[in-house]
Design a protein around this ligand. Structure first.
Ligand code: SF4
Length: 374
């Protein structure tokens, strides 16, 4: 049976199908197939969330070659947010009705276990009712090391302090070759999957990602998707998959060419086709640009992420003249409607937020939509 027939019959695609979808020059055909699945699941509905990112420290002892975020000589200056700074960052945006705080940071061995518990409590106190999505699998291992307790106990304590879900990330791509070459100080694929299983057993939702466009092969991408799919069959705790476009600027891989829009759309489409047990595929507009994101909703994506106040992972100080990045809700609605889809506000677990009176959002802290295009 060929891939088109399998898609129409809702049959699972194989690893070999995945490689073919990556290899064919006919991106339109791949997008057409992905759109069949996307519209079967969601019609024209396109989700967004109002959220704020907090990157609590950029001090990190893992030195991943693909990372421009961690503090280094000639790179970003080191910082570690106090709880008061975190609180201020949150109250500064109290006029924006966010439903999610997304919080990740470097692996900073100076931060004690208590810091992480207090961090979660600080967020819940400053923004009662928000969903906290925090800590990659790599951070979790560091938190456990600081706690000196079993991971399942640590997860229960983090949960009691306010943790609601985990953003995934930390493995980039499930390939031992890439792990050895780019991030050998972090846990490997087997370790990542074990932590992920413990997260599922703790009753916490998780999100999945794939960093593409560095040294990975097309076969390794297909393998990553197949492994994620198998883990989801087992745990059923993944909510969304987000393919993440690699940004070489400021990393040790600066000579590598930036992934193109063609790559971005293909990764979204192939993810949609291969991950038949994931409800949602996200196009993260900060990584893909709002323009590619508009196209992506016809190539398999049903989610465009959020208003994202203050994201510091991929853009360096001064690069845009302003570190703060975000779209107002109005921008978000416009972006989705201009693409011919229906915007639906959601919370972190895809419960729909009832439409309320259009709110006037303070826009002075946000950069114009056009300025985030690369
Ligand atoms: Fe550290 Fe994460 Fe950057 Fe690796 S990707 S250097 S773990 S902050």
């Amino acid at each position: 049976m060929d891939i088109y027939e399998k898609v129409v019959a809702q049959e699972r695609l194989t690893y070999e199908d995945g490689v073919r979808l990556y290899q064919t020059p006919d991106l339109s055909a791949v997008g057409y197939l992905a759109n069949i699945v996307r519209e079967r699941l969601h019609g024209d509905r396109t989700y967004y969330v109002r959220n704020q990112h907090i990157n609590y420290t950029n001090i990190c002892n893992k030195f991943c070659k693909f990372c421009s975020f961690y503090a280094k000589k000639g790179g970003p200056a080191p910082y570690e947010m106090s709880l008061e700074t975190v609180r201020q960052r949150l109250v500064q945006h109290l006029d924006v009705p966010i439903t999610e705080v997304h919080m990740v940071g470097g692996i900073n061995p100076r931060l004690p276990y208590q810091y992480y518990l207090d961090l979660l409590r600080t967020v819940k106190e400053a923004r009662p009712g928000v969903h906290i999505k925090a800590f990659t699998m790599v951070e979790l291992i560091e938190i456990q090391r600081q706690a000196q307790k079993p991971l399942d106990v640590v997860l229960q304590e983090l949960k009691a302090a306010g943790l609601d879900s985990l953003p995934g990330g930390g493995i980039e791509i499930l390939s031992e070759r890439v792990h050895q070459e780019l991030f050998d100080r972090k846990l490997d694929g087997d370790g990542w999957m074990d932590v992920s299983r413990t997260v599922a057993n703790a009753g916490l939702a998780q999100y999945a990602t794939m960093l593409y466009g560095h040294i990975e092969t097309l076969e390794e991408r297909a393998e990553h998707l197949v492994l994620l799919r198998a883990l989801q069959d087992e745990t059923k705790h993944f909510v969304t998959m987000t393919p993440l476009s690699f940004h070489p600027e400021g990393t040790e891989l600066e000579d590598i060419k930036h992934p193109t829009g063609y790559d971005d759309l293909r990764n979204i489409a192939v993810s949609r086709l291969m991950l038949d047990n994931f409800a949602h595929i996200k196009s993260f507009w900060i990584m893909n640009t709002p323009q590619i994101t508009q196209l992506s909703v016809w190539y398999g994506a049903d989610d465009v992420d959020g208003t994202v106040l203050e994201y510091e992972i991929t853009y360096k100080d001064g690069e845009l003249g302003n570190k703060k990045q975000g779209l107002t809700r109005r921008d978000m609605l416009k972006t989705i409607r201009e693409a011919g889809r229906i915007p639906i506000e959601r919370d972190s677990l895809y419960n729909e937020i009832p439409e309320i009176e259009e709110q006037v959002e303070r826009a002075s802290h946000l950069i114009p939509l056009a300025a985030v295009a690369r």
